[in-house]
Every structure is written in C-alpha cells, then in structure tokens.
Design a protein around this ligand. Structure first.
Ligand SMILES: Cc1cc2nc3c(=O)[nH]c(=O)nc-3n(C[C@H](O)[C@H](O)[C@H](O)COP(=O)(O)OP(=O)(O)OC[C@H]3O[C@@H](n4cnc5c(N)ncnc54)[C@H](O)[C@@H]3O)c2cc1C
Ligand code: SF4
Length: 331
C-alpha cells in the first residue's frame, strides 16, 4: 500500500485551503472508492483529509418549493430511505438502491458517489497497460481491447470509458445542481455540465478545480418528479455496475406525455441526456409503442458502438422505452 498521512478537519475553510495548496492531498469521505483506487495504485495521494466530520453537510432537506437539498456527506442509504426523496423523486431513491451493496451504501456519501471514477478494467488494473486516464499520454487499451462495457456516445480516441454512478443519471435527468465551495467562494454547477466528455484530457472526469469542496446537490421542483423511475440492466442482478441504465421522469396528460426527461447510464463518460427524444416525446401516447420507439431512436442516431458493445444500441433503446412506460404509469 502506498504510504500516506491521515488527518481530520471540521472546518470547511481549512479543508478548501489545504486542498487548494497541496496537489498531493485528497479529501476522503466514506472511502469506499478512494481506498480501492489507492490499493490499485490508480490514485496515490500522500495526505488524506477526512471531511466526514464537516458540520451540516449530511442533511437531507425537503425544500418548501417542492425541491430537495441533499448534503454531500449524506449517506446513500439515508437518502434512499428518506420519505420525501421517495415521494418527490422516486428515481433518486431507486437509483441508489440499485447501487453497490447495503454495507457500501451505509458508508458511501453522495459527494463521493458523483466523484467516483470509472470502472474500466484497464484503468483499475495494476499491470501498467496503456490508459490515458491513469497515465496521460500512454494510450487507451480499451479502444481496440475489451470494450464490451464501454461508451457508445461521446467517446474520443483517447478514452472510451463510462461513468459508473447510478444516482448521477437520475440527477442529470432532473437537471440537479451541484453546489461547490472553492477558494473563490460558492458556485452552482448544472449537473449535465458537472461531468466531462473525455476529449484529449480524459484524466479529468469533471469540472472541479483544486480546492473545490462539494457542499450539496440541489434538485429543483419538477412537474415530472413524482412520475419517475430508474431502470438498470447489469450482468448479474445485484452488486454490479450498469451495462445500461435509464432515469425517466414524465408529466402526463391522461395517457399522453406532456413532458419527459430521460438520461442514460453505462453509455458515455458522463450521464447521457436523450435531448432529441425529450423533444420528440410530448404528445406521444404511452400506448403507442411504435411512436415511443421512434422518439427514442432520434437520440441513438449518433451512437458509435465499439467492437464489443454494439448490443448497447438496441438494449439502450429498450431500457429507455421500459423506463418511460413505468414512469408514465406512476402519473
Ligand atoms: C464493490 C463496489 C460496488 C459498487 N457498486 C456501485 C454501483 O452499482 N453503482 C454506483 O453508483 N456506485 C457503486 N459503487 C461506488 C460507490 O457508490 C462509491 O464508492 C461511493 O459512493 C463513494 O462515496 P465515498 O463517500 O465512499 O467516497 P470516497 O471514496 O471517500 O471519495 C471518492 C472521491 O470523491 C472525493 N470526494 C468525496 N467527497 C467529496 C466532496 N464533498 N467534495 C469533493 N470531493 C469529494 C474524494 O476525494 C475521492 O476522490 C460501488 C463501490 C464498490 C466498492
Ligand atoms: S477507456 Fe479510458 S479509462 Fe479505459 S483504458 Fe482507455 S483511457 Fe483508460
């Protein structure tokens, strides 16, 4: 194991300043991803700063306007069990319950979840195979290697990895905001802009800078919130990351869709919004399967499967269809 020092802080300003000044310092919350990365030598911080004692960051607040504020240190299991989360945005609770295991969810924080790194085996592997995310400039072993689990949208020749977070897919569908405090104060980042596409800098997963501390995730009130659903398909029924997943949220006029929000997981370096489908879905009846399929297909025109993951193009459309049907049935 790589040697490191460990300290704690209960003061956000101290945490932000320490992180901004020291490139070898990493925040640790539940440790369920970071410790694994350190064991795999995919992250080698020299100093760990435990932020789990920062005050008032584990709250789950139901806001009077119908939205939610989820503290970055709230545990996945607490958020999944929260009555208002389940009532207002079932898609959030479901995406959490489909993730990891009970023990992991009891440790893992929401901030750590949206910061977790890809599960690309070449990235996690210690065998020093080419991986631009792990060692910039070394190449991408997955591009022409085993890429069954990799991206079909938005990838570059430098990286074809997917983002592994389930709840990030729900947050993207709901246009949540990530509230961040950094050396220059507080700012709000739209969820769809929080994670990045790989481009030629795949070592950067998101837009955070040194010194940035995630404080909370805010979900604005959404007319589509209650009729929402998360569907995750994976190689085994539990304790597995998504092959393909979909978060769908709809507002209905009877059996017709008034508005729809759909995001997918397991298909890109970031949660992937089906914006073309969202534009085509209003007015479509839930009973008109062909029209639903046609609307969803508009978002798959630009899919670019790799050698081993062509099945995700068909599977993704089926998952989106099923998620929409179940979400619509909840209205
Ligand atoms: C076996 C296994 C199976 C899993 N299966 C799934 C799954 O199916 N679906 C899924 O979504 N997830 C899954 N996970 C991932 C799990 O959800 C994450 O490991 C967990 O959410 C990370 O939270 P943490 O608090 O432990 O983060 P940590 O490991 O403590 O931190 C992770 C990263 O986030 C940074 N960080 C943490 N908090 C903050 C903050 N407030 N501000 C800025 N940076 C911060 C840390 O510096 C670190 O870089 C699985 C994990 C394991 C080990
Ligand atoms: S897909 Fe990305 S993470 Fe995987 S080997 Fe290629 S560069 Fe590394």
């Amino acid at each position: 194991m790589h040697p490191f020092t460990f300290s704690r802080t209960t003061d956000p300003a101290t945490a932000i300043a320490a992180h901004a000044q020291d490139p070898y310092l990493a925040f640790i919350a539940g440790g369920t991803d970071l410790i694994g990365l350190m064991k795999d030598h995919a992250a080698l911080p020299e100093r760990l700063l435990d932020i789990s004692g920062l005050p008032a960051m584990a709250r789950i607040e139901a806001l009077p306007d119908g939205g939610l504020r989820i503290g970055a240190l709230a545990r996945m299991s607490d958020v999944a069990a929260d009555v208002e989360v389940r009532r207002r945005f079932p898609v959030i609770a479901e995406s959490l319950l489909f993730a990891a295991s009970g023990q992991l969810r009891n440790m893992a924080s929401m901030g750590g979840n949206i910061m977790q790194r890809t599960r690309c085996t070449y990235f996690r592997d210690e065998d020093d195979l080419p991986c631009n995310k792990r060692r910039p400039g070394s190449g991408c072993a997955a591009l022409y290697g085993l890429n069954r689990l990799h991206a079909i949208f938005g990838w570059s020749d430098d990286c074809v990895a997917t983002n592994p977070s389930d709840v990030a897919v729900a947050f993207a569908a709901l246009d949540a905001n990530v509230i961040v405090q950094g050396p220059r104060g507080e700012r709000s980042i739209t969820f769809t802009e929080f994670h990045r596409l790989p481009g030629n800098t795949p070592e950067r997963d998101n837009v955070l800078e040194r010194g940035d501390l995630i404080i909370s995730i805010e979900i604005p009130p959404r007319i589509e919130g209650r009729a929402s659903y998360y569907l995750k398909l994976r190689d085994r029924q539990s304790y597995e990351f998504a092959l393909v997943s979909a978060a769908a949220a709809v507002a209905m006029d009877g059996r017709r869709i008034r508005s729809a929000r759909v995001a997918m997981g397991g298909v890109a370096h970031k949660p992937w919004r089906l914006t073309a489908a969202e534009a085509a879905l209003p007015g479509v009846s839930l009973d008109d399967i062909e029209a639903l399929k046609a609307a969803i297909a508009t978002s798959f025109i630009d899919a670019r499967p790799l050698a081993h993951n062509g099945f995700k193009v068909e599977l993704g459309q089926r998952v989106a269809l099923r998620a929409l049907q179940v979400a619509g049935g909840r209205a």
